[in-house]
Unconditional design. Sequence first.
Length: 504
Amino acid sequence: MNKPRRSASFNDARGKISLFLLLFLTPLLLSCAQATAPGARNVSIPSPTMADKRPEAVNEKPDSVLYLPLGSDVLVPEDSGGDDLPSDMVGPFELRSETLAGALQLILADYEIPLAFETDEGLTRTVTVANLRGPIRDVVRKVCGLADLYCSYESGLLVVKETQTFTVRVPPIGGDSGNMIDALAQGLQAITGIAPITEAATRTIIYEATNRTADLAERYFQRVRSNTALIVFEVYIWEVGLNSDNSTGIDWEKIDTFGKFASGISIPGSVGANFTPISIGLPTTGDVSFGSNDVLQFISNYGAVKTISQPQITVLSGAEATLRAADTVNYVSSLSRSVDNGEVTVSTETDSVDTGFTLTISSAWDNATIYGTINIELQEFRRFQNFDADGTVLQLPETTERELSTQIRIRPGDSLLIAGLVRENDQLDESGPGFKQPFFPTSRTASAANTELVFLLKPRVIVYTAGGRKSMGTDRATQPFSNPGEMEEFLGSTLPAEILNPAL
């Protein structure tokens, strides 16, 4: 009876051992199972390429004068849109006290161009000219100008009228464009003799002119358009902390022997016979280019250089630009007390003082030369001083101001150097026993530090160009009458043949 029990216990133990071995070996058998992995592949990596260079902007080009073409310019007179006469050469003609109607019929004798007169002045005014030749459009314009009338070629018909109406759109230049409109209107009235009409809402000027005064007005507007150029000033402002050997300032006479500045100049002395100055402030002889890096290297020999500002100031020709860099210190400027029913009310007023500089440039471009006025104002806050006002101590600022104003004439691309603005700072240190101040100073140390401001300006000009206005006698494309039979038919003239035919 006991044997079977032992056999069952033995079988149970063996079963547990087998189960344990199965659980232990299962992870090992699974780790040895065959796995499917992706095969090797070839990776194609393209060779590196250089990035495209950044294109230069308009204001980064080194050209001293840059001309930019525009699709249409400003301040261009516009008329009703007449056509152009043929460009065939005609002449020579000799006219002696000939009426304008007879002169035009003689000039257009070989062309079937109808004539129309909106005024009887074309039948009475006479012209006298000899050896008149040229393109037919120019000849007609000159003859009409001599008669002080206007001739317009409209849809195959040459119309003679007293004046032609023109419109000009004024660009919004300046803060108040009304002043410019009024100024242009006065100029047009002086040219044409007729008061123009101004429209401030659309910034438009409407005026009437003959062939003669229309050409004068066009020249006037061309002169005004030349003042729409942009003048770009590259400005470099440095502060040189002068060392002890150069406390009086930078010796600018030595710039003639520094590096490539072998120009042989002598600033305070007389000027030689073969001396050709390039610009005010830093004259040279020969082809010398004063770059900002070269001047910076030169002034570095006289002390530590700190860059104050390196702006690029763009100003419209005839306008003004201002650059200001300053730190502001506020202070109490006044203090007042008032007593009302035993209550004391204290009111204060504050003010401020600046430490910095203001650079103002007024410039104009005329006949390949830049004219301008430069104003430099330097303000510096030194310290506060105590001021006793009826028992109240106020601190008022102590400041220094320096100002420079000059007028220049310089070519585009030249460099203008303004220097010699030296500032001296004195420092006195005392040491000894005491709290805020020593009661018995045991040592005193005095030191002086001088600094000089250097301004370098290099102007460039951006000029906008465009084609001329499209009207009779300008650059508009012409179509000669190769087949006069295809012209439109007009009603017959109501003028007598004796007036239109100069031979009768």
